[in-house]
Design a protein around this ligand. Structure first.
Ligand code: OFO
Length: 177
């Protein structure tokens, strides 16, 4: 069984991942409405991924004979000022999640919970990848600038990332067979 401290920290993390999933879904929907198909596809997938991260935690907490609590989720913003602002928000959210994961890792050391520590290694690696991916997207957006056709080029860049991620997922599936 998990200690009360770790159980609470993991339940807070469930809420954070669930919130990320909803925020990213709202962002995907806004991109869709604005005709940015590549960005929309990317954010729909990020939203799914965050849900999976939440579910991993739900299963872990319950497997450890504790109780995973499903949180109420606040309605995210409906409108975003620009693609750049949107990705700045995503990046800031990812940094917040990384900090939260690091705090639970520290708590695991404090409470000698090496099972949870081991479980969290996957999240540590995932956050490193996500932060670097979002930073890369923001760098590209800044390079493209805000000229007349900037949205077109930003969307094109996101489509390239979509294609690369789909190919990587297919490779993984192929390897797993
Ligand atoms: Fe859950 O990986 Fe990002 O936030």
């Amino acid at each position: 069984m998990l200690s009360k401290k770790i159980e609470k920290a993991l339940n807070d993390q469930i809420a954070l991942e669930g919130t990320a999933s909803f925020i990213y879904l709202a962002m995907a929907s806004w991109c869709d409405k604005e005709g940015m198909e590549g960005c929309a596809q990317f954010m729909y997938r990020q939203s799914e991924e965050e849900r999976e991260h939440m579910m991993r935690l739900v299963h872990y907490v319950n497997e450890m004979d504790s109780h995973a609590i499903i949180p109420a989720i606040k309605q995210p913003s409906k409108e975003y000022d620009s693609a750049q602002k949107l990705f700045e928000e995503v990046y800031a959210h990812e940094q917040k999640v990384t900090n939260a994961i690091n705090k639970i890792v520290a708590l695991c050391y404090e409470t000698d919970d090496y099972t949870t520590l081991n479980f969290l290694q996957w999240y540590v690696e995932e956050q490193r990848e996500e932060e670097s991916l979002m930073r890369g997207i923001l760098d590209k957006i800044k390079l493209i600038g805000t000229g007349g056709q900037s949205l077109y080029y930003i969307d094109k860049e996101l489509n390239k990332i979509n294609a690369a991620q789909m190919a990587a997922a297919q490779n993984e599936e192929g390897g797993a067979e």
